[in-house]
Design a protein around this ligand. Structure first.
Ligand code: ADE
Ligand code: ZN
Length: 350
């Protein structure tokens, strides 16, 4: 007999993977206040409502504005100034994953952010690594980590950090690019991505939605950076040749329906692109990106918003969830364990 669940309960209860979530974007107000106080950092908020109101007031468009999104993110991630902050934040995130039934996450972090704030690279990564181990025991959530270089900072700095990361290969499985979308960025980072590829890392890059030069950037990431995934990358939907390319190369697009979204809905043009790609058979996964920013919410909320905004069936929502496990950077036998548990859930609940 199948269990009766509301759509939200169904999405919450399913065993899920997150492939596109930034550690620094998971600082919820309570932790933000705690870290700000502990570290003596001034922030322009007094209450949790202030955080959301400030961000909503900052919105200059109802769909995307990467610049002012990053301005707000900078205020939140500005409270991370010690290695212990990275430990506490990771543990907080993993505890939330357990509540969300996220059983596996590939989590992004920005070492340049930590280093600019006085946290040494090794100290930040060791703190994350300790939390990875403790969190696995305490919350039963498996993580692997994606080290993102910031596209608006020096590629030479990125090369130096790539060398520093060598002792942490067990933890860091992928390299990504994030932050402000600088014109022609794939070309700038081709050397460091060449080195990362040689070293055996999995590769991804943000191509944020509706940015200037979106098609060139997507093509550049595929051709010059040899990425295995693209974070966002939804403008692929508007170019048939790019749709063919991502299909042929089986490139996963990690879509984020609630990123910078208003009133808990996915902007219609973004949903249209997600649907076009999904119907064309492209590997699209659904992710939260920065759950504590701009009211995005955690993954189950993101999935519920996507289901409502896109009119997807439960079977289709399960397809998105399977896409995430299938595109995860895990050995085939580990993927199978997760996919089997999702199939078992499907038999029991759908
Ligand atoms: N950092 C956190 N979220 C991001 C996004 N969506 N694009 C670029 N940089 C980010
Ligand atoms: Zn992102």
């Amino acid at each position: 007999m199948t269990e009766q669940k509301s759509d939200y309960e169904f999405l919450l209860a399913a065993p899920k993977a997150e492939l596109h979530v930034h550690l620094e974007g998971t600082i919820e107000p309570e932790l933000l206040f705690l870290l700000a106080e502990r570290n003596g950092i001034e922030i322009p908020y007094r209450t949790p409502e202030d955080v959301l109101n400030f961000q909503v007031e900052k919105k200059t468009s109802s769909t995307e504005n990467l610049k002012n999104f990053l301005e707000c993110l900078d205020i939140s991630r500005g409270v991370l100034v010690k290695a212990i902050d990275y430990y506490d934040l990771t543990m907080h995130f993993l505890k939330q994953c357990q509540k969300e039934h996220i059983v596996y996450a590939e989590v992004m972090f920005d070492p340049q952010q930590a280093m600019r704030q006085g946290v040494e690279f090794e100290a930040a990564v060791e703190a994350i690594g300790q939390a990875q181990k403790d969190g696995l025991k305490e919350f039963e959530v498996e993580t692997q980590w994606i080290m993102c270089f910031q596209r608006d900072h020096s590629p030479l700095e990125a090369e130096k950090i790539l060398k520093q990361a060598e002792p942490f290969r067990d933890l860091i499985i992928g390299i990504g690019l994030d932050n402000a979308e600088v014109s022609g960025f794939p070309n700038l980072f081709s050397e460091v991505f060449r080195q990362a590829k040689l070293a055996g890392y999995h590769l991804t890059s943000h191509c944020d939605v509706n940015q200037p030069d979106a098609f060139d950037h997507i093509r550049g990431c595929i051709e010059q950076l040899s990425v295995h995934r693209i974070d966002h990358g939804l403008n692929v939907a508007q170019d048939e040749a790019l749709v063919d390319t991502v299909l042929n190369k089986n490139i996963c697009l990690t879509a984020c329906p609630t990123y910078y979204a208003t009133e808990n809905s996915c902007p219609p043009d973004r949903m249209k692109m997600i649907k076009t790609l999904f119907r064309a058979g492209v590997m699209v996964s659904l992710n939260s990106d920065d759950p504590a920013q701009f009211g995005s919410g955690w993954l189950s909320n993101t999935l519920a918003v996507a289901q409502r905004s896109g009119g997807f069936t439960r079977q289709e929502m399960l397809r998105f969830m399977k896409n995430a496990f299938q595109s995860a950077w895990l050995p085939e036998n580990r993927k199978k364990v997760y996919l089997d548990s999702l199939s078992e859930f499907e038999r029991r609940v759908v």
